[in-house]
Design a protein around this ligand. Structure first.
Ligand SMILES: C[S@@+](CC[C@H](N)C(=O)[O-])C[C@H]1O[C@@H](n2cnc3c(N)ncnc32)[C@H](O)[C@@H]1O
Length: 275
């Protein structure tokens, strides 16, 4: 998918909120950044660094591990794994603006020797076969139109025995027409399917030990809390991020919350191994 429509998704607009958030913590545009200071600002998935910690533990990552992060955003998960486990991460992001911010944050947090950023489409960019011990992807595959092709690429880049760890949105029931419009128009969810379809794609790509965990009962209340916090902290958020940035966040969080409440939207974790 081109990034032209995606860049207008409310989560991906007003990305100067990261610089503004750092400024509010006394960090100027060219200052070094202690990695710990970033983690409240750079994780664009559920449960922040706790979720990435779980992934690192499951994958058994350490200083010798080579990890590919698909849809790496501004690089939060990649930096956290590199910082906490010493692994090397290749962080692949479609949107040039997010890639540019990611590069800058990684350099300033002193992690450029362990995190490499690539800008491109995960369906297209050339990646060496069998060269990663692990592939992670958090809340990105929903944006990617051809999931079977993407999963075949994941299987190809993993070394034999390597594993993937994916968290993504899924469909628990058919979306009503208005909800489908919001899913496409606000969330840019182009591939949001039933859990069984996810499992089938991983199996058809030749991956084994495919395990799917339905996370909806955990994510739906979390999404509701995030919306509530966004509304109750309105004044201070506007103070640091600006009014438009707050409005974009509120729109995104309210839409997601409504989609969960409809019973159609869900969340899933998928793990698998290349034989
Ligand atoms: C919700 S963000 C999550 C970012 C990061 N995984 C995190 O958890 O902080 C999803 C990211 O996937 C990226 N993305 C979408 N389609 C992509 C593609 N075809 N190739 C690479 N990245 C893609 C988006 O641009 C976006 O930055």
């Amino acid at each position: 998918m081109s990034d032209s429509g995606l860049a207008s998704m409310p989560l991906y607009t007003h990305v100067d909120r990261i610089a503004r958030g750092l400024a509010a913590r006394g960090i100027g545009p060219d200052d070094p950044i202690p990695p710990e200071m970033l983690f409240a600002l750079d994780q664009w998935h559920y449960h922040g660094t706790a979720a990435i910690c779980d992934a690192g533990r499951f994958l058994g990552l350490g200083p010798d591990s080579r990890v590919l992060d698909i849809g790496s955003g501004i690089g939060g998960p990649a930096r956290f794994l590199a910082h906490t486990t010493g692994c090397r991460v290749t962080a692949l992001e479609l949107q040039p603006e997010l890639h540019r911010i990611a590069l800058d944050l990684t350099r300033r947090s002193g992690l450029a020797d362990r995190v490499t950023h690539l800008c491109g489409d995960a369906l297209v960019l050339s990646l060496p076969s069998g060269s990663f011990d692990a592939v992670i992807s958090f809340l990105a595959i929903l944006h990617i139109a051809d999931r079977p092709a993407l999963v075949r690429r994941i299987a190809d880049v993993l070394r034999p025995g390597g594993r993937c760890y994916i968290e993504d949105l899924c469909r628990r029931a058919p979306f009503a027409p208005a909800d489908l419009r919001d899913l496409r128009g606000v969330v840019h969810g182009v591939t949001v399917t039933g859990i069984d379809d996810n499992v089938r794609d991983l199996g058809q790509a030749g991956l084994v030990e495919v395990v799917a965990t339905d996370l909806t009962d955990d994510w739906a209340p979390h999404a509701a809390q995030r919306l509530e916090a966004c509304r109750s902290d309105r004044a201070s958020l506007i103070d640091t991020q600006g009014e438009e940035a707050w409005a974009a966040q509120e729109l995104f969080r309210a839409t997601i919350d409504r989609l969960y409440r409809s019973g159609a939207l869900g969340g899933v974790r998928l793990t698998a191994r290349r034989p």
